[in-house]
Design a protein. Structure first.
Length: 365
């Protein structure tokens, strides 16, 4: 069995918006209260506390107004984070959820048909029927498992619906291989010398964002005008994010349809942005999102995404004769001639070819 999620925009009425706000707040409250009690109990006894949302409903009766499954999922998320820390402290200890956070969401499960999608509406526990913009049809053999309701900083509501289905896709024998080398400016260069004309959406909107954020900083906190300006800024950020996501979806779809196996480097983008001081460029690039899109699109068709070790010297090796030129470690060298065979190389295209060749070696090993 496999899982697949569809994200649809929903349009709740005023009463439903109030109930969503209550649910977001209750989920956050239960998570924080349970985490605080776990910390206190561990400090006093040295043991783990197994607490549940039900034990707080007597003291805080308003918790009964919202979906109990949403509170139960908050408990499960906390328990997972708590156990992960004790298993591997490097992951980090669970953090308290801030009321001022832009991330507002809750997850509820489908039990005895309490959630359904029909005639342009989605039925949710405690909320009832909410208008839904269903931009694509869901196959009849898909089984609904859960729904995550979220609100963006700009005030829009979305429902991410998780379905379970029987995965009958057979893995294909790879014949067409493609290597991709990360490029700061154009997203990537492939082993055939092609590169997408990446529009760099954040850089295009940067001046306008600065202007609107400067206006926001000058408006009195708590005023209605400040809230209007905050939404204006949030919409600009969301527009940039949507443009980037649309471009990455289209690029990954073209590649997934054309090739059987795609080979990339397993890069740590966070470390790269910090070490090279390219934070904005790396974030605007969206390489991590692109590879995630590429992975699931390939797997849906029985194809493969191969990740090459990040220490593989793809830029230093001549793709023709295999000679390793250590002088090309300098990132300012964008083209070089092989001292062994004399072949002229574009740094990124040569790296992409080496990544493809290494991926082929791994597949056929």
């Amino acid at each position: 069995m496999a899982n697949k999620a569809y994200k649809f925009r929903i349009y709740p009425n005023t009463e439903q918006q109030i109930l969503f706000a209550k649910t977001f707040g209750c989920v956050r409250f239960v998570y924080n209260r349970m985490l605080a009690d776990k910390i206190k109990y561990y400090e006093e006894t040295g043991k783990k506390l197994n607490n549940t949302p039900a034990q707080y409903k007597k003291e805080f009766e308003w918790l009964k107004e919202v979906d109990s499954l949403a509170l139960a999922n908050a408990q499960m998320n906390l328990q997972t984070a708590y156990n992960n820390f004790f298993r591997s402290p490097k992951i980090g200890f669970p953090k308290f959820k801030s009321k001022k956070s832009n991330r507002k969401s809750y997850t509820t499960n489908c039990v005895n048909g309490n959630i359904s999608v029909e005639n342009g509406y989605i039925k949710l526990p405690k909320v009832g029927f909410v208008k839904l913009k269903q931009h694509r049809q869901v196959l009849s053999d898909y089984k609904l498992k859960s729904v995550t309701v979220s609100q963006t900083p700009s005030g829009k509501y979305y429902a991410s619906i998780l379905f379970e289905y029987e995965n009958q896709v057979q893995e294909k024998e790879p014949h067409n291989f493609l290597g991709l080398d990360f490029s700061m400016h154009e997203l990537y260069k492939d082993s055939k010398g092609n590169e997408p004309a990446y529009p760099r959406y954040y850089r295009q909107a940067e001046k306008r964002l600065k202007r609107e954020q400067r206006k926001l900083s000058l408006i009195q906190k708590g005023s209605k005008n400040r809230e209007k300006q905050r939404i204006r800024v949030a919409k600009l950020h969301q527009r940039v994010a949507n443009q980037r996501k649309d471009f990455l979806h289209k690029q990954s779809r073209q590649i997934a349809n054309a090739y059987d196996c795609v080979c990339i480097e397993a890069l740590d983008m966070k470390a790269m942005s910090q070490a090279l001081h390219f934070g904005k460029s790396v974030s605007d690039n969206g390489w991590g999102m692109f590879t995630a899109f590429l992975k699931y699109k390939l797997e849906e068709q029985g194809k493969r995404l191969i990740k090459i070790d990040k220490f593989f010297a793809s830029s230093q090796i001549c793709s023709c004769c295999g000679y390793k030129n250590t002088e090309t470690k300098n990132l300012s060298i964008r083209a070089w001639d092989c001292p062994e065979c004399g072949t002229h190389h574009d740094r990124d295209v040569n790296a992409a070819i080496n990544i493809r060749n290494e991926g082929m070696r791994i597949v056929f090993a």
